[in-house]
Design a protein around this ligand. Structure first.
Ligand code: GLA
Length: 413
C-alpha cells in the first residue's frame, strides 16, 4: 500500500517535471545544481576499487561500522558510496530497484542505517543504456531514478559514461542535474565521463566534481599495456603518476563547488609500497582531489590508516582557498608542487620518482619567482613536516633525503 502511494506521488512529480514546466524553470540556468555541497572536495569510501560488483548489505554495514570505529568518519570521510552492481531490475513502470538478494532490507533501510551513524549514502548510475558492468543505466529514466534516489535518502550520485553511444555529454549531464534538483533532495553530483569531452571547460554549473582521467589501477608508474591471448590490446588502467600528469595541468578549472577528480584512492590495495601509498595520498591532497578510499576498510593495516587519517594532510586537501597545486619543477628525479593555503601559508610537496633515495636541496627564497604562490612568500619560514608535525623555525632552504617513490609535504608559514 505504502509503495502504491509512493508511486502515485512519483507519477505526479513526473508530470510536474514535464518539458513544458521545465522550460519555465530554465533548467540550464546557472545555479540549478545543488549549491553548498562541495565547498571542499568530497571525502568518503567507495566500493569499486576493492570489491567491484561484489557488494551487499552485510559488507556495507560492516564497512560503515568500521569507518566509525576507526575514526574515519570523524576525520571527514563521510560518504559511503555504492559503486556499480547494487542494481536489481526496473519494474513494469520503469522504476529501478535494488538487487533483492544483495540488499534484502532495501536501499531506504540502508540509508537510514548509515544516516544514524553520521554517514551519507552514495549511489552509482550511468547516462547510457547500461552501467559499465552492464546493469540498467539511467537513459530515458533520469527523473524516475533521481526521484527514487531522493526517496531512498541518497546523498551522492556518481554518474558514469558507458553505453552512451552518440549522446551529447553536456545534455546528458545537465538532464540528470535537473532531475536531481527536481527530486528535491540535495544530492552531490559526481560526473564520471573520464575527461573525454573536457568537462572542466563546461561543467562547473552542472556537477560538483568531474573525473579528469580514465580509471586508476594499483600502480605507481605507468601500468604496462594489457593484451588478450590473441595479442589484442585490452583496456588497461592508469598508474598514479600518469594520472598526476593528466590532472595537474587542469588546476585552474578546480575550485570550491567544482573539483577535478583524478579517481578514487588505491591506498592500502596491495602492490604499492608504503612510500608509494604515502606519495599517492600526498599528491591527491596537494591536487585538492576528492578523497574516496578504495580499500577494504574492515581489514586495513594500521600503517595505511595512519596515512589516510593524517589530519595535517587532510587539512591541505580540504583547504578553504581550494587552489589545486601547481607542479613547479619536474626533473627525472624530483617533482616539486606548491599550493597556496587560506591561512597565508604554502604547501610544498617534493616527490622522489627515482628508484633510490635521493637528497633534495631547494632554496625557498626562489618561491618569490613563482607566480602561483608569489603573494605568499617570505624571506624565512616556520617549516612543518606534515607527515609527523615536526616544526623548524627560521628556515630559508630545504635539505632532505627522500626515499624512492616517497613524497614529503611541508607547510611553510
Ligand atoms: C567505470 C568508472 C569506474 C567504475 C566502473 C564501474 O569504469 O570509471 O570508476 O565506476 O565504471 O563499472
Amino acid at each position: 500500500m505504502k509503495s502504491h502511494i509512493f508511486l502515485t506521488f512519483i507519477a505526479a512529480a513526473l508530470l510536474l517535471a514535464s518539458p513544458a514546466g521545465a522550460q519555465e524553470r530554465k533548467p540550464d540556468a546557472p545555479g540549478a545544481k545543488w549549491e553548498g555541497l562541495a565547498d571542499t572536495p568530497q571525502m568518503g569510501w567507495s566500493s569499486w576499487n576493492k570489491f567491484q560488483t561484489n557488494i551487499n548489505e552485510t559488507l556495507i554495514k560492516d564497512i560503515a561500522d568500521r569507518m566509525v570505529s576507526l575514526g574515519l568518519v570523524d576525520a571527514g570521510y563521510v560518504y559511503l558510496n555504492l559503486d556499480d552492481g547494487w542494481h536489481g531490475e526496473r519494474d513494469e513502470r520503469g522504476f529501478i530497484h535494488e538487487d533483492p538478494e544483495k540488499f534484502p532490507s532495501g536501499m531506504k533501510a540502508l540509508a537510514d542505517y548509515l544516516h544514524s551513524k553520521g554517514i551519507k549514502l552514495g549511489i552509482y548510475s550511468d547516462a547510457g543504456t547500461n552501467t559499465c558492468a552492464c546493469y540498467a543505466g539511467s537513459l530515458g529514466h533520469e527523473y524516475q531514478d533521481a526521484f527514487m534516489y531522493a526517496y531512498w535518502g541518497v546523498d551522492y550520485l556518481k554518474y558514469d559514461w558507458c553505453y552512451t553511444n552518440d549522446i551529447n555529454p553536456k545534455g546528458a549531464y545537465a538532464l540528470m542535474r535537473n532531475a536531481l534538483r527536481a527530486a528535491g533532495r540535495p544530492i552531490f553530483f559526481s560526473m564520471c565521463e573520464w575527461g573525454s569531452s573536457k568537462p572542466w571547460e563546461w561543467a562547473a554549473e552542472v556537477g560538483h566534481s568531474w573525473r579528469t582521467t580514465g580509471d586508476i589501477g594499483v600502480g605507481f608508474l605507468p601500468i604496462p599495456q594489457r593484451y588478450d591471448e590473441n595479442g589484442n590490446k585490452m583496456w588497461t588502467p592508469l598508474g598514479v603518476m600518469p594520472i598526476v600528469d593528466l590532472n595537474e595541468p587542469l588546476r585552474k578549472y578546480a575550485g570550491p563547488g567544482h573539483w577535478n577528480d583524478p579517481d578514487m584512492l588505491e591506498v592500502g590495495n596491495g602492490k604499492l609500497t608504503l612510500a608509494e601509498n604515502r606519495a599517492h595520498f600526498a599528491l591527491w591532497c596537494m591536487m585538492a582531489s576528492p578523497l574516496l578510499l578504495g580499500n577494504d576498510v574492515v581489514n586495513m593495516k594500521k600503517e595505511h590508516l595512519e596515512i589516510l587519517e593524517n589530519k595535517r594532510l587532510i587539512a591541505v586537501d580540504q583547504d578553504a582557498l581550494g587552489k589545486q597545486a601547481k607542479r613547479i619543477r619536474k626533473s627525472r628525479i624530483f617533482d616539486v608542487l606548491v599550493r597556496p593555503l587560506a591561512d597565508g601559508a604554502i604547501a610544498l610537496c617534493v616527490l622522489n620518482k627515482s628508484r633510490r633515495s635521493q637528497k633534495f636541496e631547494f632554496d625557498l627564497t626562489a618561491l618569490k619567482n613563482e607566480e602561483y604562490v608569489k603573494d605568499y612568500t617570505k624571506t624565512s619560514y616556520v617549516m612543518e613536516n606534515l607527515w609527523d608535525g615536526r616544526k623548524v623555525a627560521d628556515v630559508n632552504s630545504v635539505s632532505a633525503t627522500i626515499a624512492s617513490h616517497d613524497a614529503i609535504v611541508w607547510k611553510l608559514k
